[in-house]
Design a protein around this ligand. Structure first.
Ligand code: T46
Length: 130
């Protein structure tokens, strides 16, 4: 997991947030998805990916992300579209404390594949320890 800078161009008309695959991030982007309308009390995630590479950017608003690589846990507060979380290895993640109007964008290197998810923490820990 790495915190990376995301390009933003701001002028009197507003803000443009830019991510170019294989240029700004070390993979081609095959899929994008956006998480929005999450109430403050909700927690999402509770999984890791076996292979999927991702960049997470809070386009507007803020949220917290817990990242656990099986050894260390980090909490990241994303509150600026200038900042992204780059995930290139299996990391258990939880997203929470979404602000009202928060839009969390995810750029991924693969299409959706449920078999790439590890949704059981004990299985994740065993996989990491192998
Ligand atoms: C991630 C975090 C940050 C699809 O059918 N296609 C898709 O592309 C995605 C992303 C999800 N789904 C289905 C799978 C579930 O039945 O949508 C449902 C909700 O997904 P999930 O509970 O996994 O959502 P989050 O917010 O917990 O996790 C999502 C992504 O799934 C995941 O890749 O890293 O955002």
């Amino acid at each position: 997991m790495e915190l990376v800078k995301v390009k933003n161009i701001v002028d009197s008309r507003g803000k443009l947030t830019i991510v170019e695959g294989s240029k700004d991030i070390p993979f081609d982007i095959k899929r994008m998805y956006f998480i929005s309308g999450v109430e403050a009390k909700e927690r999402r995630g509770f999984h890791a990916h076996k292979k999927l590479k991702q960049l997470l950017v809070c386009i507007t608003g803020s949220c917290k992300i817990l990242l656990d690589d099986g050894k260390n846990k980090h909490e990241v507060f994303l509150n600026d579209s200038n900042q992204g979380v780059l995930i290139l290895n299996p990391v258990w993640r939880e997203m929470y404390e979404f602000s009202q109007g928060c839009v969390l964008a995810v750029f991924a290197d693969e299409h959706y594949n449920e078999s790439d998810y590890i949704r059981d923490y004990d299985i994740f820990k065993k996989m990491i320890e192998r």
